[in-house]
Design a protein around this ligand. Structure first.
Ligand code: NI
Length: 175
């Protein structure tokens, strides 16, 4: 956070199934897995292209965290389904060790392409819908603290959760 590359609008990818795009996706995947994140957008590694990846495997330590299939999503469009929203503590690999309470649409229709140019068209809900909205924001130059309506609910993970043992630590380590 603070790097101007995180505040720009990402450009669409013009060519699919190329060595350059495959290399970018591989670099992003390594970065996300190394940081134990649930998602990553290309601007987070300094590349202003509309490329995001995300995915969460089932974690027995957090039985309530729904698995999300590993997905490469390029040139996405998103559309909320219905009016329902929900709140969740979000983190971000570009804003280490901090969390904020963010309200997002509960259900989402999204479209985009994988690295080979195959169309993805999905209707999703819950954490899957949340991670796509978070990563889509990165492509618009929006970081999650800009989405926190009440900044009392923004802080360091340790301070927010260890001082209040009654509050469950959020399952995701970062989006
Ligand atoms: Ni993020």
């Amino acid at each position: 956070m603070g790097d101007p590359r995180l505040l720009g609008k990402a450009r669409p990818v013009a060519a699919f199934n190329t060595a350059e795009l495959d290399a970018l996706v591989a670099d992003m995947r390594d970065t996300m897995l190394n940081a134990d994140g649930a998602g990553l957008a290309a601007p987070q590694i300094g590349i202003g292209l509309q490329v995001m990846i995300f995915g969460v495997e089932h974690n027995p330590r957090y039985p309530d965290a729904e698995p999300v299939p590993y997905t490469v999503l390029i040139n996405p469009t998103i559309e909320p389904i219905g009016e329902e929203t929900d709140e969740m503590w979000e983190g971000c690999l570009s804003i280490p060790d901090m969390r904020g309470l963010v309200r997002r649409h509960s259900r989402l229709h999204y479209r985009g392409y994988d690295a080979q140019g195959t169309l993805l068209d999905r209707c999703v809900e819950g954490f899957h819908a949340r991670v796509v909205q978070h990563e889509y924001d990165h492509l618009q130059g929006i970081l999650f603290p800009m989405r926190i309506p009440d900044l009392r609910f923004f802080g360091f993970t340790d301070a927010l959760f260890s001082a209040q043992p009654a509050v469950d630590e959020p399952a995701d380590n970062g989006i």
